[in-house]
Design a binder for this molecule. Sequence first.
Ligand code: HAM
Length: 422
Amino acid sequence: MKPSLTAIKGTKDILPPETKLWQKAEWLCREVFEAYGYQEIRTPIIEPTELFVKGTGETTDIVTKEMYTFVDKGGRSITLRPEYTPSVVRAIIEHRLYLQASPLRFYYFGPMFRHDRPQKGRYRQFHQVDIEVFGETDPAIDAEIIEMADYLLDRLGVKNKKILVNSVGCSNCRPNYVTLLRAKAEEIKERLCKDCQRRLELNPLRLFDCKEPGCQAITQSLPKIIDYLCRDCLTHFENVRQWLDFYGLSYQIEPRLVRGLDYYTRTTFEIISLELGAQNALLGGGRYDHLMKIYGGPDICGLGFALGLERVLSVAQIKPDKEKLIYFVYLGEKAKKKSLQLCRELRRQGFTTLLEYKDRSLKAQLSRANKLAATWTIILGEDELNQGICQLKEMTSGQQKTVPFDQVGTILRTLEKDEKNK
Ligand code: HAM
């Protein structure tokens, strides 16, 4: 029977055992980020709408079409964050984190919300892992975050990936390029989709964000920003490339990579999967030299990237760590009590133990332990109880031994160690 209440279109439940995979991925991300000197930051899911209008950009698809925006009871326009970068910049300004001695390197995990057409790899609620660095103008940092992103994907067991890089210039060179782009795009306007015709009016750079295959083909012939960079932007880009070479990373220059968000200056990049279809960007990011200033903060540049966990996990070859479950099999009320006492002690020693309250037969309980793939079962009946012992059964070999109550923890620890050393 189909339930009448189901998850909202474009959202999904993440259920066990898949949650184990998410935990493992998050743990690996944390380990990598902390090795590079990043610290965790957490900000609210809801933000003032204007944060994204001002930062992400008024003409972007995210702001014009995809935000979950509502008016709250106080009459304020609120948005479920569609991305994380504006929130972290706001938090830095609000708490004056730039005055602290510690490096401005942050990482973050959390859900994002975009009301786009759901498809494979594209959700309305999805999860990003994000990093941001502030105050570093050296092109070496642009390459360092790309190197870290690539290493992180390696650690997550992602194969068949490709690094794409581009430069979107700065406020010196971009206006001239945009004028030229507009003029050239006017010539093909009739062949573009309605959205692109609107983009052409408001911000021609956004033409490259169009997801329509027809428009993507038509706009191939338009001038590319990389050919119109000013001297400083070109030097920055060349330096980023030299640093990427220094790390021995192979990459492709993708002149159409303008990345759908308005705040980028100079470097933009993505790492795509060659195993996925249309939604193949595993992560994306770039440099944004003026966002802090746009929000009324100090003139501190920033850069970062966000990784989409759903997409990465669809290609990641990681396995959750195998958990060793100790399942308690008991017969009778007194044995139940003793089992619960032992369970409690073992849990405090870091073991995972389970006792179910079903008063089943010995056979039924053992078959349940098998079903749950328990590593060991501890069996306790009336006789054992009287002798102060229990039966410890290793489930794969079927070997069973008698263990006094006060030695259960020690023996389990030895068995665990032996297994690790195998
Ligand atoms: P973004 O390219 O919009 O960048 O998103 C980053 C990643 O989030 C994408 O590469 C993709 O893996 C994932 N993603 C985006 N939209 C969806 C969706 N609807 N469903 C599933 N996954 C999705 C940003 O958000 C920037 N804030 C990145 C950044 C950080 N730039 C500088 N710092």
